[in-house]
Design a protein around this ligand. Structure first.
Ligand SMILES: [Zn+2]
Ligand SMILES: [Zn+2]
Length: 676
């Protein structure tokens, strides 16, 4: 019997359909689906895991936070425990026969580790396994799966060791640092704080940017803009651009403000070619997903579903160069049978000689590309993401766009103005990849020496703007540049920062506690990218077979011990900073009874409420809704003098109210509604 182990049930289902050519029966062992069919003169069974079926954790006696100093965890070896018992027992039943096993999980570190976890169980249940092989593929399509199963390879234990080292390192670092910061700041339970190997340097990037924004002092400047006219109106700027001296700009403006004519001095036309963007890898895909307003983690989740359903290639890849073996014509033929038929036609009539290519080339997976067209129309987010991937793919095969820039200068009473026009002559890929809007700015046909009308002269005051905040996409690109995390983890890190209340999504900015945490550790290596980048490099070396799992874990423990030394030295500073920031973040107004601050607090049972910081002297409290985000408004209720707060719940309109449930204004409201 052949037993095929897939990463998930949905993959198991599709792969068994392909291998059996449709003659598959689904059975269940317990609640776990198993697919059965005969092929090549043998019985086949295909089973899907649920990603990791084994979890890594500290032995029970180390789990209580208060009982053990965080630094003592550094040298404790984590234990492996089966978390998916149903799947484990289904595997055990299937192994009662003479079995050869084929691992068909996703082909990367994580997938290899998931496969090796299953192999460890398999070997435990049946010592006489005749053979264990690996099927490697980059897409769940007939061609790829058939090829993978006819050219089976060996399981790559170096690759899985690289995945395992990340698991161990992240568990130990996460536990030690998180317990340290939570215990130090006296924030445990639901509201615990965390520090992490990748998380903290990433948060530091956001804090650094926020401080630049806060420290920014806007500087005023002026511009002179002429509204000119030749058949149609267009604008020209004074050649100086920004004037920093008000007196100087006023003098010039007064000299020309009544001008009615402008003489065309020079006209220069230039045509240029614009190359389509390179194929998508994970990072550029996540960045582009923001064009269709899909967040980083949603983009990855949707892409994984599209992959499992056999519509796109594997979405976790650094590669930006199509391999020679990729059947581009075959994909175009498939896309011809879809709503992209017209775009495919455009590509085929104006196809570039070589597809575009990016800087990164790897051999594990091709860049993200479509592999099939949906049988039933996609909807919502799936459609947006699939369309984006198809359009990008088509763009990479298209000829360059051709555009024209026109630069013209004008004389107005001795002052020079300039205007720039832009128009697309041959849109080519820009017509297909419609997410990047070209700024069409037409200028009339201008002739050197001719005189045209000035319809208006304007003096505009403006000021310099603070640096821009990161977007999720630009943060992920920055993380990649600094080697923080991997293509598979970066979007998760951002989500974790949000869950820990270190950042808000709109605006994408750190909270006061995040700023305090990062500032109080600013001398420590844990908020700098260097150390974590070193560890990422070590993990790459494991995958290449140049370093062992144990060496890397031992080194990471030494690093962590050093980090803890630094942190413990600063313990008092950290404690004080976080306490102040936490108070700032939780203050929502002034107590009407005693004038002290009102704070959002947690009861012993984990319910939130508003309490007075004057406690125990002042025992004033107010109830709070248990769900939604609470936002301070700085408004005070005229009826009861308590602060007015705003509550935002996902999918609902924000809701504003004062804290006192017995406020006289609310009584009136009730009466009014009852009266109606
Ligand atoms: Zn009070
Ligand atoms: Zn009120």
């Amino acid at each position: 019997m052949k037993l095929v182990i897939c990463e998930k049930n949905i993959a198991a289902n599709r792969i068994s359909q392909i291998l059996s050519e449709g003659s598959v029966k689904q059975k269940k062992i317990g609640a776990v689906p198993v697919y059965e069919f005969p092929a090549q003169g043998q019985e086949w069974r295909v089973i899907g895991l649920r990603g990791h079926i084994i979890n890594l954790d500290f032995p029970v006696r180390y789990r209580e936070w208060w009982r053990i100093a965080p630094r003592n965890l550094i040298t404790v070896d984590p234990e492996k425990k089966v978390t998916e018992r149903g799947i484990a027992s289904a595997l055990k039943k299937l192994l009662n026969n003479d079995v050869s096993v084929i691992v068909a999980t996703d082909f990367d570190r994580e997938g290899e580790l998931i496969g090796v976890e299953a192999i460890d169980l398999v070997k435990k249940y049946n010592e006489n396994i005749s053979e264990i092989k690996r099927a490697q593929f980059s897409a769940i399509t007939k061609q790829e799966i058939m090829d993978a199963f006819s050219q089976l390879t060996e399981v790559d234990y170096d690759l899985s060791a690289a995945g395992e080292s990340r698991q161990v390192i992240d568990l130990v670092w996460g536990a030690v640092l998180t317990r340290f910061i939570s215990l130090t700041s006296n924030k445990t339970g639901k509201e615990f704080l965390s520090i992490g190997r990748v998380q903290s340097p990433t948060l530091a990037l956001l804090v650094e940017k926020e401080k630049e924004i806060q420290a920014f002092v806007p500087k005023p400047f002026w511009r002179i803009i002429a509204s000119l006219n030749k058949q149609k109106a267009f604008e020209a700027d004074h050649e100086e651009g920004r004037f920093w001296d008000e007196k100087q700009v006023t003098n010039i403006f007064n000299k020309i403000k009544d001008a009615s004519e402008a003489k065309v001095k020079t006209v220069a036309k230039k045509t240029q070619k614009e190359q389509p963007p390179p194929p998508f890898n994970t990072t550029s895909f996540i960045q582009a997903a923001s064009y269709v307003r899909v967040s980083a983690s949603q983009a990855m989740k949707t892409a994984e579903e599209l992959y499992m359903n056999g519509l796109i290639s594997y979405p976790r890849t650094d590669n930006t160069v199509y391999p020679k073996s990729l059947d581009l014509d075959g994909i175009l033929t498939k896309l011809k049978q879809s709503e992209f038929a017209d775009d495919v036609h455009d590509v085929l009539t104006h196809r570039r000689k070589q597809p575009t290519r990016g800087k990164k080339k790897t051999t594990d997976h091709p860049p993200i590309h479509p592999v099939d067209v949906p049988k039933t129309p996609l909807k919502g987010q799936s459609k947006k993401v699939y369309d984006l991937i198809v359009r990008r793919f088509l763009a990479t095969l298209s000829e360059d766009a051709v555009s024209e820039t026109i630069r013209a200068t004008f004389d107005v009473k001795g002052e020079t103005f300039k205007a720039k026009g832009y128009r697309l002559i041959e849109p080519r890929w820009k017509k297909i990849y419609t997410y990047i809007k070209s700024k069409e700015k037409p200028l009339p046909d201008l002739i050197e020496g001719e005189v045209i009308t000035v319809s208006k002269m304007m003096l505009k005051e403006d000021e310099t703007k603070p640096p821009k905040r990161y977007s999720q996409g630009s943060l992920i690109a920055k993380m990649e540049e600094l080697s923080l995390g991997t293509k598979s983890t970066r979007h998760d890190i951002i989500n974790k920062l949000y869950q820990r209340k270190y950042i808000t999504f709109s605006p994408f900015a750190p909270t006061p506690i995040a700023i305090a945490v990062v500032e109080s550790m600013s001398d420590c290596d844990v908020v700098k990218p260097k150390m974590t980048a070193e560890l990422e490099k070590d993990m790459d070396l494991i995958a290449e077979g140049k370093k062992t799992l144990q060496e890397t874990i031992d080194e990471s423990r030494e690093m962590l011990a050093k980090v803890m030394q630094e942190l413990e030295k600063d313990k008092q500073k950290i404690k004080k900073n976080i306490k102040e920031a936490s108070r700032k973040q939780n203050t929502i107004g002034t107590c009407p009874k005693c004038g002290e601050d009102l704070l959002i607090r947690m009861s012993r049972r984990g319910k939130r409420f508003v309490g007075c910081s004057g406690f125990p002297k002042c025992k004033n409290t107010y109830p709070l809704p248990q769900r939604g985000m609470i936002i301070k408004t700085d408004k005070v209720c005229e009826g009861c003098d308590t602060p007015i707060i705003q509550v935002k719940t996902k999918g609902k309109k924000p809701w504003e109210f004062c804290l006192d449930p017995e406020c006289s204004l609310k009584e009136n409201e009730k009466k009014e509604t009852n009266g109606k």
